[in-house]
Design a protein around this ligand. Structure first.
Ligand SMILES: Nc1nc2c(ncn2[C@@H]2O[C@H](COP(=O)(O)OP(=O)(O)OP(=O)(O)O)[C@@H](O)[C@H]2O)c(=O)[nH]1
Ligand SMILES: [Mg+2]
Length: 197
């Protein structure tokens, strides 16, 4: 008897890690920081391996991540919203319509987390975001439609840098039944220690 597995909900999602930050609060490159035997960058990448196209938005040559395509920042040093712009642009060029967008500092994300976001997509949605412990939708570790590219470019051109404005609220699906521990974020060395608490 042949057992047919249903395809992953991530088959039509392009993965993108934005890794162009300076880790000022961490004090050294947090992408390379180790947790449970792997770097934080390797953890976030492992959760997205089911995505057929995978993009790493980072300074050229800074990281080696097998199977991930290097994408340079369009506006280096301008923050994660600029990283999203580069990711949406590269994903659209590759024919993708949805991007799973994350930083290097969300090492507790899992394939199941991303699948849950992908399954929550609605036809008119432009973003899907998990709700954290404080009830806020999280714009990093979220799905974005490539159709947002002109909006994101317009925001950046007007001087805006807040990632949470990338998608209009009324077209953002909020997913509230995921464990908030999945969204644990590493900004400081103490945050890294707290992952094991
Ligand atoms: N591509 C790109 N990614 C960025 C940029 N700035 C920050 N990021 C990434 O965005 C994610 C979240 O940003 P932060 O937590 O502020 O990281 P950071 O800027 O390195 O750290 P701080 O210097 O402490 O703010 C991380 O994965 C960063 O690498 C940038 O200018 N370009
Ligand atoms: Mg920063």
């Amino acid at each position: 008897m042949q057992i047919r597995q249903s395809p992953s909900p991530l088959v039509n999602v392009t993965a993108a890690i934005t890794a162009g930050g300076q880790s000022r609060r961490f004090g050294s490159d947090k992408a390379a920081a180790r947790w449970r035997g792997r770097s934080l960058l390797e953890h976030v990448a492992a959760a997205l391996e089911e995505c057929p196209v995978r993009l790493l938005v980072a300074p050229p040559g800074k990281y080696a991540l097998p199977g991930w395509l290097a994408v340079p920042d369009v506006r280096p040093g301008e923050g994660p919203l600029a990283g999203l712009e580069a990711a949406l642009q590269a994903a659209a060029q590759a024919g993708g319509s949805w991007v799973a967008f994350t930083g290097v500092d969300l090492p507790a994300l899992t394939p199941a987390f991303w699948s849950a976001l992908a399954l929550a997509r609605k036809p008119d949605a432009l973003s899907v975001q998990a709700v954290d412990a404080t009830g806020r939708a999280q714009p990093l570790g979220a799905l974005y439609r490539t159709a947002l590219l002109p909006r994101v470019t317009g925001l950046l051109d007007s001087g805006e840098r807040r990632l949470r404005l990338a998608a209009p609220q009324e077209r953002t699906v909020r997913v509230s039944d995921l464990s908030p521990t999945l969204l644990r974020n590493v900004n400081t060395p103490d945050d890294l220690l707290a992952l094991d608490e």
